[in-house]
Design a protein around this ligand. Structure first.
Ligand code: PMP
Length: 359
């Protein structure tokens, strides 16, 4: 018999919830800091804010559905054809679009775990089956094991580099070996949300990689290094047929006019923004040195965050952080991720790490 009420697709009830980073608990007399969402702690640059405000004056009009100013600016900046670009409401939307465009129900999506918590959600939304390959003890992707996990049902492999939340990034040599080991009909997503924070030997050259491989998609965002998390704009770079598939399944008018204008202005103001990234990278180095001095063995962070593997102590650590006026991102039973923030916020983290370890 027909059900009496509308029924979502069978697996919809099993889609895991996305747990966003919490705001800090207000503490009278204490400045509090949000270190739970890997946001950029800097306020908007005046020029970017002005561009967004100007765009807001046209809020009664739809945005440019073709994102043409943004594509032109990205194409010029990256040295890629506009046909190779797809913009969306955050890079997370591009991951949803990609899985939706390439997976039939029952197809497999391989990714490292723990990694970005939207991956299992996006896979479930697409009706696909998640295949999780544990990260190594040092938080790095186990790329040989991920390649070995590919089956006839695999349509997409997600490589998160730097990996949220554990921190390390893959090298170009590792990525090359991985791509060579994966059949060329499988899409390899290189999630470069934290690209601008990478400082390592043999870093991934995403643009060179996608030019060489018709199955590679780079996903990037204005949310982190460029500080536009609240406006929701990200983009993918892939060879034209793949980029066209991503655009075909996009939400009409998804990227708002304010977001498009702010993204273009951010590319124009890139020097100033990358100076801020440099300061955050320096803070990251200071934090890591302090943590190691205090006896913590944190994985090599290449994003704007550090990972504490805490097991059973995770929620105690998060509560102790909250007491100090910083809110971190706990993954109960596993560990806590802490964003690099303002100097004072990072000082608090070091204070916490010293006192917590001493218990
Ligand atoms: N990829 C990774 C690895 C992330 O950590 C995030 C943000 N937390 C995203 C993608 C999505 O970012 P956005 O949708 O804001 O572009």
């Amino acid at each position: 018999a027909m059900p009496a009420t509308p029924q979502p697709r069978a697996n919809v009830g099993q889609i895991p919830a996305y747990v966003p980073g919490k705001p800090p608990t207000p503490r009278p007399g204490l400045t509090t800091f949000k270190l739970s969402s890997n946001e950029n702690p800097y306020p908007p640059l005046p020029g970017v804010l002005t561009a967004a405000t100007r765009a807001a004056e046209q809020m009664n009009r739809y945005p440019d559905m073709g994102n043409s100013a943004l594509y032109d600016a990205l194409a010029a900046r990256l040295g890629v054809p506009v046909e190779d670009l797809a913009a969306a409401t955050g890079s997370v939307a591009l991951i949803y679009q990609l899985l939706g465009a390439f997976c039939d129900p029952g197809d497999e999506v391989v990714y490292a775990w723990r990694s970005f918590e939207a991956y299992p959600i996006a896979a479930a939304v697409a009706g696909a089956t998640s295949v999780r390959v544990p990260v190594l003890a040092d938080g790095r992707h186990d790329l040989p094991a991920m390649a070995a996990a590919v089956t006839d049902r695999t349509k997409v492999v997600l490589v998160c580099t730097p990996n949220n939340p554990t921190g390390p990034a893959v090298t170009q040599a590792e990525l090359d070996a991985f791509i060579a080991a994966v059949p060329s009909h499988v899409v390899v997503v290189v999630d470069e949300a934290y690209l601008e924070f990478v400082r390592m030997d043999d870093p991934v050259d995403g643009l060179a990689t996608y030019r060489d491989h018709h199955n590679v998609v780079l996903t990037r965002t204005f949310s982190k290094a460029y500080g536009l998390a609240g406006f929701r704009v990200g983009y993918a770079v892939a060879q034209a047929p793949l980029a066209a598939a991503l655009r075909a399944v996009s939400l009409p008018f998804g990227v708002s006019s304010v977001a498009q204008a702010a993204a273009v202005a951010s590319l124009e103001a890139e020097d100033a923004l990358l100076e801020r990234v440099e300061a955050l990278v320096a803070e990251r180095a200071r934090v890591v040195a302090g943590l190691r001095e205090a006896g913590w063995n944190v994985p090599e962070p290449q994003g704007n965050f550090v990972w504490f593997e805490l097991g059973d102590r995770t929620l105690d650590f998060a509560a102790a952080a909250d007491e100090l006026g910083i809110v971190v991102r706990p993954f109960a039973g596993e560990g806590a991720r802490v964003s690099i923030g303002e100097v004072q916020a990072n000082d608090r983290l070091l204070e916490l790490a010293r006192s917590f370890e001493a218990r």
